[in-house]
Design a protein around this ligand. Sequence first.
Ligand SMILES: [Zn+2]
Length: 339
Amino acid sequence: MPDIAAHRWNVSEKACRLHADALVWDNHAGFGPEPSADLEILEAWRDAGVDYLSVNVGYDVIGWQDTVKNIGAFLTWLETHADRFVLVRTADDIPAAKQASKLAIGFDLEGMNALDGEAYMVSLYYRLGVRQMLFAYNLNNLAGGGCHDTDQGLTPFGRRVIEEMNRVGMLVDCSHTGYRTTMEVLEAMQSAGAPAIFSHSNPKALHKHGRNILDEQIRACAATGGVVGINGIGLFLRDRQAGTPALVDCISYVADLVGPQHVGIGLDWTPESLNSITEADPRFWPAHEGYGQGGPMRLADPQQLPQITDALLDRGWREADIRRLLGENFLRVARQVWK
Ligand SMILES: [Zn+2]
């Protein structure tokens, strides 16, 4: 357990103790995947009591060669900072890392352009530490439809990739993906008897945005046994300043809809400004979806995670359900899926 007294989380003592003791899982970091990224930034998550973080190593905006280089750079960094960080292989590595006061890291891919049209690339990425992958990053690709595109549905290639992901044990993620494609993916996963997730997506019922998801999608995800991770980007929240109450509203909404065993956290935090990322390519981040528009906006940062614990205690959540939300739900899914 981390040294609680050393933390200045500015929450109640009860919340502090619970948060430090609970397994805390953030299912997506938002900083830009490039070999030059300074991974000292990961200390921000350790400092907030996070035990597992999924780090993005590639998305559809970049080529597969760049993704492989990112993995090489990130692996090297983690290997040379093994006193504080560990790349996970199995789900059991995560409680072990917590015990050793290390932050456990897994990699994720945002979009299947990283496969370069070959399902056999799934196995390669899995061996390199990628533990989850989503279908299409905002725009359509070979595998399926993106959430900011005219959704073409899940393609035969996308179906082939699902089979391969289920075979090797890579978690199937539906964030950033178009509605029709997600419903076809979730149906296929239910038939396969395996859970699928939305790693970082918020309920559309609370804030209408193309990146957010309908109740129907949340229900279909829960029906597979999966988890919806709540996102901390102001653009996808009722509150552009990403205050903790807006995040807790999303958490409570999903818990009320499908049960507290199907909600988690995928904060998507980066210290960079979102505009500096999104204005680089307006095809992926169209202005009509609000990217780069509407004045100041912030992203919820990892220091708000202990505040979420505190706020849920205030709202009368049972400790057992808070522990599920903070990490046990995603751990359950990882135990089922990762091999
Ligand atoms: Zn994302």
